[in-house]
Design a protein around this ligand. Sequence first.
Ligand SMILES: CC(C)(COP(=O)(O)OP(=O)(O)OC[C@H]1O[C@@H](n2cnc3c(N)ncnc32)[C@H](O)[C@@H]1OP(=O)(O)O)[C@@H](O)C(=O)NCCC(=O)NCCS
Length: 207
Amino acid sequence: MSFPGILTPRLELVTLPPEFFVAILEGLRPVASSVADFQVPVEWPAETDAPWLRLRLSQLRQDPAIQPWLLRAVVPREGPRAMAGYIGFHSRPRDDGTVEFGYTVLPPYRRRGFAYEAAVGLMDWAVREHGVRRFILSVAPGNTPSRSLAQKLGFRSRGATCTKSAGGSSCTNSSVCDSSESHRCSRSVARAHWRALRILESPIDAL
Ligand SMILES: CC(C)(COP(=O)(O)OP(=O)(O)OC[C@H]1O[C@@H](n2cnc3c(N)ncnc32)[C@H](O)[C@@H]1OP(=O)(O)O)[C@@H](O)C(=O)NCCC(=O)NCCS
């Protein structure tokens, strides 16, 4: 199955088929690059990425049509076709029109506005083509870059969720961007034909 990319002014958000995940999980970077038609950088993925990459592969095997919702490579449209980062939803939207997503821009490509542009492009696609009404981002409390990005996108904090494990406890702050409420979520998304909410309900530091 092949699915179109999402185009933003400077980026293409390329969907990734199961064959890409298989190759990357087996350490076959040249095969992954050839399947995806862009260069996969040697620094990616980190060993710690393997569990969630395996999860995405299993989701794709159970439901091949879910591919446009899952991981997309962020590929600059100018210059050599290389992966600058990745972005994607964690699943299809829930019945109430809510969907969670995440993003990473690789270090050499940071502070160029790529994460912001990719997030706006992804959210705009979900709203216009699939009627998504509400987005969720989960950000670790100390992650200042991502927290600032969420604020710039117009997400508002809904408080922290902490889980305990043998290694201690870890917390993420859940932030929400809701297009069904009366205000704008962010100027940029509004420019992309979407009206939503822009309020920071409580400081994310207040945990
Ligand atoms: C968070 C991340 C995706 C930002 O990517 P990026 O392409 O550099 O971000 P952008 O250039 O689009 O920046 C957009 C906004 O994010 C915020 N931001 C980005 N990097 C920041 C930093 N180092 N410090 C503070 N704010 C930052 C700013 O508000 C910025 O807006 P501005 O340029 O008007 O100040 C990137 O740092 C990253 O991949 N980090 C590691 C992975 C990660 O934390 N993922 C998120 C998990 S929830």
